[in-house]
Design a protein around this ligand. Sequence first.
Ligand SMILES: Nc1ncnc2c1ncn2[C@@H]1O[C@H](COP(=O)(O)OP(=O)(O)OP(=O)(O)O)[C@@H](O)[C@H]1O
Ligand SMILES: O=c1ccn([C@@H]2O[C@H](COP(=O)(O)O)[C@@H](O)[C@H]2O)c(=O)[nH]1
Length: 319
Amino acid sequence: MRSVSGSHVPTVPVSAPSVPAVMSVASADGYSGHAHGAAAAAAASSVRVHSTGRGLCQHQATPSCSLIGLHSGRGISSKRHFLLTGQLIPLITGDLSTVSPAGFMIVGPLRSLCKKAPRIFLAMNPQVVFVLGGPGAGKGTQCAKIVENFSYTHLSAGDLLREERSRTGSEFGQLIDSYIKEGKIVPVEITISLLKKAMEETMKKDENKFRFLIDGFPRNEDNLQGWTKVMDGKADVKFVLFFDCSNEVCIERCLERGKSSGRTDDNKESLEKRIKTYLQSTRPIIVQYEKQGKVRTIDASRSVSEVFADVKSIFDREG
Ligand SMILES: Nc1ncnc2c1ncn2[C@@H]1O[C@H](COP(=O)(O)OP(=O)(O)OP(=O)(O)O)[C@@H](O)[C@H]1O
Ligand SMILES: O=c1ccn([C@@H]2O[C@H](COP(=O)(O)O)[C@@H](O)[C@H]2O)c(=O)[nH]1
């Protein structure tokens, strides 16, 4: 047994049931690194409690009590909280940069808790990276490469809208079609419901898939407000990946793509409108996130591999 960073974890009671004011988190015999896993789980910005543990448990340290944590495996630090059967437990601090690769971790036995909580399952909120940039800046191309190299699921808001447009019986098909051709931004209620559903379905299929690249969203103030209203507290926006590219290069790429894409908006007329919408509505959103220190800017005018080298170093760093 060893304690996490040699620390004890004081509890801050929120509601019953009560647990001892001090408890130590220890790794079970033969599960070295699990204590770090728990610390990483605690470091997660928000953690949901699962009442059932289907698929969550990779290792079972003790049959009576298990704390299961998810961690990103890369340099998580800082003081956060996680929810544990009605208790807010201040973070176990320490250097988490050595945490082993991503996955579920388990610590046990949590002796003092065993009596109170026979089994505790924790899973993180979805972790989101917004991917923004002008039309044709290379967002989709780079997202595909991120997915190949990191454990992210790519959700393109544009693709989801196009899918909805062609879904038989969709009540929004015509509206989406005209908005896309005009380069206008579809009302957020439609887009957010598609995004939320896609995230939920992804996580339902595989609980390990809780990291998302949301490509082409939020595009305007309405999008941002809609996201906040529906997703605040339910998903954590880690950062915004911004592909910075001149309008000329964007237009040239889209026109080239238009030769084979079949997209109704990869033509000169639509592109002028899309660029205008991007400059008037989306850039201010990027500026807002910049003020919060959340934007990671990439020079997207270079080759695909040069751009990806920068993208990769950001994901290596950020986890
Ligand atoms: N770095 C690059 N250099 C040259 N061409 C590129 C580069 N990145 C992407 N492309 C090409 O440019 C076109 C647009 O790329 P992509 O679809 O990835 O852009 P996007 O930002 O997702 O566009 P949109 O927002 O319009 O969906 C594609 O044909 C793609 O192959
Ligand atoms: O959040 C969104 C995303 C997209 N749209 C509309 O779709 C087109 C195409 O989007 P791409 O990201 O280029 O695939 C875009 O011009 C908008 O009309 C949207 O309304 N909201």
